[in-house]
Design a protein. Structure first.
Length: 314
């Protein structure tokens, strides 16, 4: 069986387009297919569309969260619900080309790979500012982290059950799936394709959300920012010590002029800014620890297709 996980947030316009496209491609795949849609607290008619689709096709399953928990939670919930021997993750907007599935499955079955991933060969159609920061993110994270992340890699990948179980064993609350897929290891081969636009609807990812997501990725997979904060703090202390010696020597040999207060204020503001920056970095890590120690569930399910079918039958 091949399980297809589709996280959804306000995707009422794309669900049927995605389903029809994948059903057409599924004729080239010689195995049973199940759809696992995860409704991540959508505020439009996404849930209604999923109910209709599940009643129409018994291979369609869905989970509906009690609120919006984020794509990472939706992806994790889908992986937990998937029953297939092979599992893939796809976006409902068809930016992940379904026609690659037969090739991906063929490569996975014919070789010794555990995962066939996909990556965009370019970022055509994406705002230049977003593309620039995305490239810089991958450059930075690969320099400061032991976990390699491929520039342009998508969540769209085909995995064996063994790899899926390995990812599920990482039940951490603060999740960054691109890093987790890489951290668990397993042999992975990437297929490159041209970037695609959404077939309908608008993206729910703003620049600020993507920026915060990248910060989470750095914090989750590297302690270098903490080392930087420590280094900057030590350097600031050393600079302050040198300044103190200079002030004392100048006062002893040349007196203590009253001029120079602007430079003094500048130094105080500089040191204060460095201290606040370091505290902010440390606070980010402490906040992650705080969330982990609460042991809250990653998601809460309000409705599933099984509940819906029972209500319909009754």
């Amino acid at each position: 069986m091949l399980s297809i996980i589709i996280p959804c947030f306000n995707e009422q316009e794309t669900i049927y387009l995605f389903y029809d496209k994948v059903k057409l491609i599924s004729k080239q795949i010689a195995m049973e297919i199940e759809f696992v849609f995860v409704n991540d607290g959508s505020t439009d008619a996404t849930l209604e569309k999923l109910r209709e689709l599940s009643l129409k096709d018994s291979a369609v399953h869905y989970l509906s969260f009690s609120r919006n928990f984020g794509k990472e939670a939706a992806l994790y919930a889908g992986l937990k619900s998937a029953r297939g021997d092979f599992v893939t993750v796809m976006d409902a907007d068809l930016q992940d080309p379904p026609e690659l599935l037969p090739e991906m499955l063929s490569k996975l079955l014919s070789g010794d790979m555990d995962c066939i991933g996909t990556r965009r060969g370019n970022r055509a159609g994406e705002p230049r500012v977003r593309s620039f920061f995305a490239r810089q993110f991958y450059r930075v994270i690969n320099r400061i982290s032991d976990t390699e992340m491929i520039d342009g890699a998508r969540d769209f990948r085909l995995m064996t059950r063994q790899m899926v179980d390995a990812v599920l064993s990482l039940a951490e609350y603060n999740r960054f799936s691109k890093g987790l897929f890489s951290w668990v290891g397993f042999k992975t081969e990437y297929i490159t394709y041209e970037n695609r636009e959404r077939v309908a609807g608008t993206t729910s990812w703003s620049f600020w959300q993507l920026f915060n997501y990248s910060i989470d990725g750095i914090v989750n997979f590297s302690d270098v920012p903490l080392n930087i904060a420590s280094f900057v703090g030590a350097l600031s202390c050393f600079g302050a010590l040198i300044s103190l010696i200079f002030v004392v020597v100048r006062a002893v040999f040349w007196g203590d002029p009253t001029t120079g207060w602007p430079s003094l204020v500048s130094v105080i503001l500089l040191l204060g800014g460095i201290q606040l920056l370091s505290l902010g970095i440390i606070g980010k890590y402490i906040g992650k620890i705080f969330l982990e120690t609460k042991h809250r569930p990653i998601f809460l399910v309000k409705e599933t297709d099984q509940n819906s079918r029972k209500d319909t039958n009754s």
